[in-house]
Write a protein that binds this ligand. Structure first.
Ligand code: OSB
Ligand code: MG
Length: 378
């Protein structure tokens, strides 16, 4: 029997799973813990059309979401890679479909899709921003400030970022470290500072009256006050506070975004490609939010220059109308693994080169690498 003569397309030949360890410049404290060193999984897709990079945003332990880095690596190796290797060709728009039989594990899927997308775009000479539909050369940039017990120290930290030119400040909060901290920052920096807070699920609906005390400080939004699955409770909270509710952890897909908006659980969405399973799904959420008049902004997960390049490209889409957590490399790292992203008048430049437009600097990558595992078509 004759095999139909279809073009081979891009074929995935191997995935290199590389673990790197990078110390954070300053410890980053949230309601779920303190990050001192970032253990990161980089994925290199080796394809018939060339190579591409992905960065997995999963953290060391499942405290932000259910995913964690060892689990992500395991699921890529045991389940995602075999499904992709079985395909004759893998155009990026099909990656999510091929992986659909595997439930969840969106950060793992996102990293693999990103690496394949980078390989394809490098081969085609197109940038991430061009592919996704970016419309800006620079993106407005904010900074996420960890919890400080001491309010004086918090004010010093914020002053430093304001001086550097960050366009918006996000304060991490938790019970016992919230209203007084926000008041102090608002009083010191005045009414024009764009200010918002992020609770990372640290409150309950019964805290509604407490959280309503934030209303007088004219915040842009309060991010994810309640647990991930409490979408309806967020809608009830939204009726009790005047500060807009923004969801992060709860928004795991376009479906989740659609439902949360329909329920009135949020009026703004933080988009993180890792959390929703990839940059294509992230774009889809952006497009849906745009169609229903819900503004979005680009979240971050303490990425290196690899993940940052893709985030900055995503943030250049038209409905990213609020400053993102797309801070400059030196907010996180003494030395980034790529050419550093820098702040220019409160903005970060969108890469224009093929694919991500940046790549790891070999000597630096070597220095931070702790392990490499390569999975090949068998
Ligand atoms: O909730 O947005 C969050 C970092 C790690 C995990 C979750 C979050 C964050 C941040 C930092 O707020 C964002 C960044 O600057 O990368
Ligand atoms: Mg958040």
């Amino acid at each position: 029997m004759l095999v139909p003569d279809v073009p081979a397309g891009t074929r995935l030949e191997a995935l290199e799973l590389r673990r790197i360890a990078v110390p954070m410049k300053t410890p980053f404290r949230t309601s779920f813990g303190t990050q001192q060193d970032r253990d990161i999984l980089l994925v290199k897709a080796i394809t018939s059309e060339g190579e591409g990079w992905g960065e997995c945003v999963a953290m060391s332990s499942p405290v932000y979401s259910s995913e964690y880095i060892d689990g992500a690596q395991q699921v890529i190796k045991s389940f995602l890679a075999p499904l992709l290797f079985a395909e004759r060709s893998i155009d990026v728009p099909r990656v999510a479909d091929v992986l659909m039989s595997i439930k969840g594990h969106r950060m793992a899927k996102a990293a693999v899709e990103m690496a394949i997308l980078d390989a394809e775009l490098r081969g085609a000479g197109r940038s991430f921003a061009h592919f996704l539909g970016g419309v800006r050369d620079f993106v407005d940039t904010g900074v996420s400030v960890g919890i400080h017990d001491d309010i004086g120290e918090l004010l010093d930290t914020v002053a430093g970022y304001v001086e550097e030119g960050y366009m918006r400040i996000k304060l991490k909060i938790e019970p016992g470290s919230d209203i007084d901290h926000v008041r102090a920052v608002r009083e010191k920096f005045g009414p024009d500072l764009l200010l918002q807070v992020d609770a990372n699920t640290a409150y309950q609906l019964s805290d509604a009256e407490h959280l309503a005390q934030l209303d007088e400080y004219n915040l842009l939004l309060i991010e994810q006050p309640l647990p991930e699955e409490e979408v309806r409770a967020h809608a009830e909270l939204a009726a009790k506070v005047s500060t807009p509710i923004c969801l992060d952890e709860s928004i795991t897909s376009t479906q989740a975004a659609t439902d949360a908006i329909a329920l009135g659980a949020c009026s703004i969405i933080n988009i993180k490609a890792g959390r929703v399973g990839g940059y294509l799904e992230a774009k889809n959420i952006h497009d849906y939010c745009s169609s229903v008049g819900v503004p979005v902004w680009c979240g971050g997960m303490l990425e290196t220059g690899i993940g940052r390049a893709a985030n900055v490209a995503l943030a250049s889409l038209p409905n990213f109308t609020l400053p993102g957590d797309t801070s400059a490399s030196d907010r996180y790292w003494a030395t980034d693994i790529t050419e550093p992203f820098v702040l220019e008048d409160g903005r970060v430049r969108v890469p224009t080169g093929p694919g991500l437009g940046v790549e790891p600097i070999p000597e630096i990558l070597e220095e931070v690498t702790t392990a490499i595992e390569t999975i090949r078509v068998s």
